[in-house]
Write a protein that binds this ligand. Structure first.
Ligand code: ADP
Length: 395
């Protein structure tokens, strides 16, 4: 059987990220982004081989953008596209793994929208447009939450009145599941361990950040909760704050719920602490030049990350390794070393040269000799979504 091609689609409210994954090749045959959809400035950017190109698609919506993409995908796939994998943010308690998309699955994604009001409707726009354009192709939904459905109840329940859970689904769900799953598989391969008999801490550090405890290939705890705001300090999200902060700000400053939500999601985290940028690369440069806000933002980010990892260690029977991934985890030797420096009680220590070497896609162990394993593992959510889609094609 010739190697199969899967188109992976990740839809936001005004954007579509895409990648064409061939099962036999590690590089994407085609990848890109349609952005500012629905506006006059809508534009499609793509990369094929070493070449980049763009096309203005004024006023294109999701469907029009996907239609523009079609000839590019067919060209890059040699006319052979075997399936489409869609990233869906929230699968609630309904979805514990990837699913072939049919009318019932679409209805269930719609029904979960109150838990992810920005993301699930955007994901559905992409699904509906792709079904219309490719009615005869298998389409698969891969959920960010599904991997965490193995959390024990004592890890996913909040200490809140029970009817809030039973009647309204208020519980911890967790996100970034596709990434934590992918990197734990790769880590087990790199370490020569059986995934089904290994225990990992994983730190996915991108613009959104989360930690996860993975035992025998299953998620046992994770730092994000009902929404992706819980847990670590992130690019623009606060992570954990005192739950009374809302009422305090409403009472003392007269802020509305919308203002508070906007502040916690968009003006906080690295951005809020530094007053400079949400971007770790920029903050590292500013820290070098003595910028106090950037220095503090990095300190807070690493300390909170270490605290979360220490908390996650409660879920492990033993520690086979700590995994760093995501744009920051894969590239910031500074964040890795500052974080590990807070974890002496777990006996963690880094080899500075190995730590410095593992950047820009280089994977490998970075621990000091004789200390527990610490691995840098580049994530590849698109590839994991394609693998999940292929598995359902085969079935
Ligand atoms: P997203 O969550 O949007 O997929 P990424 O995983 O690409 O984001 O991560 C983005 C973050 O990674 C940004 O904070 C960026 O500054 C950081 N990053 C990328 N390269 C480096 C680098 N060389 N050093 C430090 N941080 C980096």
């Amino acid at each position: 059987m010739p190697a199969r091609n899967i188109l992976v689609i990740n839809c936001g409210s005004s954007s579509i990220k895409f990648a064409l994954v061939n099962e036999a090749h590690s590089q994407f045959a085609l990848s890109g982004l349609a952005e500012r959809l629905g506006s006059h400035e809508a534009v499609l950017h793509w990369q094929r081989g070493g070449e980049r190109d763009s096309l203005m698609i004024p006023n294109a919506d999701h469907r029009a953008a996907l239609a523009q993409l079609l000839p590019l995908v067919h060209g890059a796939a040699g006319g052979k596209l075997h399936g489409i994998g869609h990233r869906v943010v929230h699968g609630g308690e309904r979805f514990t793994s990837a699913r072939k998309i049919d009318a019932q699955v679409v209805a269930a994604i719609q029904a979960t929208a109150p838990l992810a009001p920005l993301h699930n409707p955007a994901n559905l726009l992409g699904i509906e447009a792709a079904i219309r354009l490719y009615p005869n192709l298998t389409q698969v939904a891969v959920f960010d939450t599904a991997f965490h459905q193995t959390l024990p109840e004592y890890a996913y329940r909040y200490a809140l009145p029970e009817p809030l859970y039973r009647e309204h689904g208020v519980r911890r769900y967790g996100f970034h599941g596709t990434s934590h799953r992918y990197v734990s598989h790769r880590a087990a391969e790199l370490a020569g361990l059986a995934l089904g008999d290994s225990s990992w801490l994983s730190a996915h550090l991108g613009n959104g950040c989360s930690t996860c405890a993975i035992v025998n290939g299953q998620s046992r705890d994770t730092s994000m909760g009902l929404t992706p705001l819980e847990g670590l300090a992130m690019g623009t999200r606060s992570g954990d704050v005192d739950p009374n902060l809302h009422s305090h700000l409403a009472r003392t400053l007269g802020w509305s719920l919308e203002q508070i939500e906007r502040m916690l999601n968009h003006d906080s985290g690295l951005q809020g602490l530094s007053g400079l940028s949400h971007d770790m690369r920029s903050l590292e440069q500013a820290r070098e030049q003595g910028h106090a806000g950037a220095t503090l933002a990095i300190e807070v980010f690493c300390y909170r990350l270490a605290k979360s990892l220490a908390a996650m260690s409660c879920a492990l029977p033993q520690l086979d390794g700590l995994i760093f991934t995501g744009g920051i985890g894969e590239n910031s030797a500074l964040v890795r070393s500052k974080t590990v420096a807070h974890l002496k009680l777990l006996n963690l220590a880094l080899d500075p040269q190995a730590n410095a070497r593992c950047i820009r896609g280089v994977a490998g162990p970075i621990q000091a000799y004789g200390h527990p394993r610490v691995l840098v593992v580049p994530t590849n959510e698109e590839r994991q979504i394609a693998l999940d889609t292929l598995a359902l094609l085969t079935n």
